[in-house]
Write a protein that binds this ligand. Structure first.
Ligand code: SF4
Length: 207
């Protein structure tokens, strides 16, 4: 039995929190601001998380499972690709009506040096990808990626989702400490990549 929050509920939805690692260091990341998302402590005491650990916590919440289950926590879920796939497969087999979404920074294809999106076809119903800006300069200022050309990688990832015919939404965080983005331009970029577009208003208390 694990004693940390791999699975948590927020506003009636169930979320899966696989890692505290990330290839970005966004200035608005709640990891660095507070240690809970509306009451759920999402700091893991190990990065050595197995699919069985996650499934155990998921089953403990089985009466509360929402129609949509989201991989999203204090870190980048695609960094735990194998665990994510195993958990998604389990959910799809046991609860075929549930929709699965991954909230991601879109760096996975860079990290794994291959296009991993087709591997998730049939497992993941939607990707929500943080576009976080209208160009590389803005992206780097806001997201502080730990490798070069990350903005291009994010755009390529979004297009890879659309090409694989998986629903994809590009998101931006608007209004961080009074900072405003060119939302029309961001939306144009999202649409040109085959994605929907969503603005997430920055809120002090997290996502
Ligand atoms: S991509 Fe998400 S988890 Fe990673 S630093 Fe940015 S806000 Fe935090």
């Amino acid at each position: 039995m694990t004693d940390y929050n791999l699975v948590y509920t927020l506003d009636g939805k169930v979320y899966i929190n696989l890692t505290n690692s990330c290839t970005n260091d966004c200035i608005f990341c709640i990891r660095s601001i507070k240690d809970d998302v509306v009451g759920a402590n999402l700091f893991l005491n190990t990065e050595n998380v197995s699919a069985d650990d996650v499934i155990e916590q998921l089953e403990a919440l089985k009466d509360k499972l929402s129609d949509e289950i989201i991989f999203c926590g204090y870190g980048e879920p695609m960094l735990k690709l194998d665990v994510l796939k195993q958990v998604a497969k389990y959910i799809k087999e046991k609860y075929p009506d549930k929709k699965l979404r991954v909230n991601t920074n879109g760096h996975a294809n860079y990290v794994y040096k291959r296009n991993v999106v087709p591997e998730l076809k049939g497992l993941i119903d939607e990707f929500s990808v943080s576009l976080n800006g209208e160009d590389e300069k803005e992206y780097n200022e806001l997201s502080k990626p730990n490798f070069e050309n990350a903005y291009e990688e994010v755009k390529k990832f979004i297009k890879a989702c659309a090409d694989a015919d998986i629903n994809v939404t590009a998101t931006v965080v608007e209004g961080y400490k009074g900072r405003h983005l060119n939302l029309n331009k961001c939306e144009e970029i999202a649409k040109s990549l085959g994605a929907k577009f969503r603005v997430r208003e920055w809120i002090e208390n997290g996502y």
